[in-house]
Ligand binder design. Sequence first.
Ligand SMILES: Nc1ncnc2c1ncn2[C@@H]1O[C@H](COP(=O)(O)OP(=O)(O)O)[C@@H](O)[C@H]1O
Ligand SMILES: CC(=O)OP(=O)(O)O
Ligand SMILES: [Mg+2]
Length: 479
Amino acid sequence: MGGDRPARRRGAGADGDGPDPVGRRGARQELPIGSIRRRRHHPHPQHHHRQRGVQDDGLRHGLLLRGDRAGHARAGAAHLAGAGGAGADRGGRARRGGGGAVILVVNTGSSSIKVAIFDDALQQRLSGAADGIGAAAGGLKVGEVTREAQFANHVAALQAVLEQLEAQGFPVSRLRATAHRVVHGGARLTEPVRIDDAVVAEIARCNPLAPLHNPHNLAAINALRDLAPDLAHFASFDTAFHATNPPVATTYAVPPAITERGIRRYGFHGISYASLTRALPGIAGGTLPRRVLAFHLGNGASLCAIRDGRSVATTMGYSPLSGLTMGTRTGDIDGNAVLRMAEEDGIDAAARLLNHESGLTGLSGVGPDMRTLLGDSSPEAAFAVDHFCYWARRHAGSMIAAMEGVDALAFTGGIGENATTVRARIMEGLEWTGLVPDANAAGAARLHAPGSSVGAWVVPAAEERMIAADAAALLDADA
Ligand SMILES: Nc1ncnc2c1ncn2[C@@H]1O[C@H](COP(=O)(O)OP(=O)(O)O)[C@@H](O)[C@H]1O
Ligand SMILES: CC(=O)OP(=O)(O)O
Ligand SMILES: [Mg+2]
C-alpha cells in the first residue's frame, strides 16, 4: 500500500503544515459543491444544530453548500445531466466504475486525504489521495489520474478528490455509505459507530487531544454529511484497538481527579494494528503469533504490543505526540521541559514546536520525510535517522517487557514497509530477543532467517479496507 502513496514533496510534510496546533478555531470548512451532485436533497431539521468546532483554514470559495442547498443541488444535477458524466444516473447507463453501490472510505491526515472505494465484497475498486494540503505544492492522484495541485485546506482537497471519483464512475449518488478514520475517540468512542450529531459532538470534544488530526477528520465528516445528509456515515477510531490496555498501562501517575478529566493514555494507529492483526496470519502462514510487536512507522510512528490478538501496551499516550521520534513530533519529552517552553515561549509556540517543528524535521533541519533524509549526506540528517532507529529500539524493549517476550515483529506504514535500512537497523538492535534478521530485501514480506526463534514480517498497511469492513458490518447489522 505504501507503494500507492503519492510521493511527498520536501517541505510538504504530513504534520508540518497544519496551522492550528491546539485546535482552537471554531469555524467550519464547507464544501463547495461545484459539479458534485448531492446524493438526495432532503432538508434535515437536526442538521442546523450540528456541532461545529471544526478547523477553518480561512478560505471559502466557490459555491457554498449551506448557502442555497436546493439551488446548488439543482445546479449540480443540471451540470451532470448536461455533461452526461460517468455514473450520472443511479440505475441506467453503464458506469465506468461498474454497477452497484459502494462504500467511500476517507482517511484524513494532517496534510493529506486518502480515499478508497470498496464494493459489497470489500474489494477495493479505486483509491486516491490528495497531499501537500496547506503547502505550496501538493498533488492529486485518483486511479491513474495524477496531477500537481495546490490545496488551501482539507475541504478544497476533498472536493477535488470527489470530482475525480465522479469522473471515474463513482459519484456521490452511488455511495452506500461513507466511512471515516477518526484519530481520537476519547474514552467513550471505543468501537466503530454510525455518525449522528452526538457522535460529531463527541469527536469535536476530542479535538484538543489530537489537534493535528481530529479537526481535519471532522471537516471531512461534516462536508460529506452536508453533501449527502441521507446517507449512512460511519467512523472507526484509531484509539479503539487500545481499549483493551489494562488500567496500569493507561493511567498516568497522577491523582484520580486528573485521570477522571480524561488525562490518560489512549494510544493511536489502532485501525492499522487491527488490520495488521487480521492480515499477519495470511502473510506468515498459520495462526497469529501469541506476542506480536507491531511497528507502525509512517509520519506518525508508534509501537504496539499485541498479545493474543489484543493490544496490551502502546507507545503513544494522551495524544499522538508521545513515544517514538516522528516526522515533526517530538515523541517522549519531559513534562517539565514542556512547562519551561510554555513559560518562556508561550503555549501556542510550545504547541507548534512540539507538534510541527520537532522530530525528524527539528533534528535534521531538512524535513520530515524519511526517504529524503536517507538520501541526504548532512550529519544532521544522519543524526535524525539515528535518533529514529535508536528510540524505536528502546521503546521496543518496553513493549516486549509489557507482553513478557515476543514471538514476531511486524512492520507497517510508509517507513515500515519501504525503508529497508531503517528496518534493518531496528532489527539489529533486537537480536537479543532471538531474532535472526535475513537479507531484508526491498519487497520481501519475510525479514527473518530460517531458524530464527522470532519471526519478522512486513504487513502492508490496510487501514482503508479495515474501515470499510467496520462500516459494512454496521450496515449489515442495521439491515
Ligand atoms: N521507499 C521509501 N524509503 C524510505 N522511506 C519511505 C519510502 N516510501 C515512503 N517512505 C516514508 O514513509 C513516510 C510516510 O509514511 P505514511 O505511512 O505514508 O505516512 P502517513 O502517516 O502520512 O500515512 C515518509 O517519511 C516517507 O519518506
Ligand atoms: C495518529 C497518527 O499519528 O496518525 P498519522 O500517522 O496519520 O499522523
Ligand atoms: Mg499514517
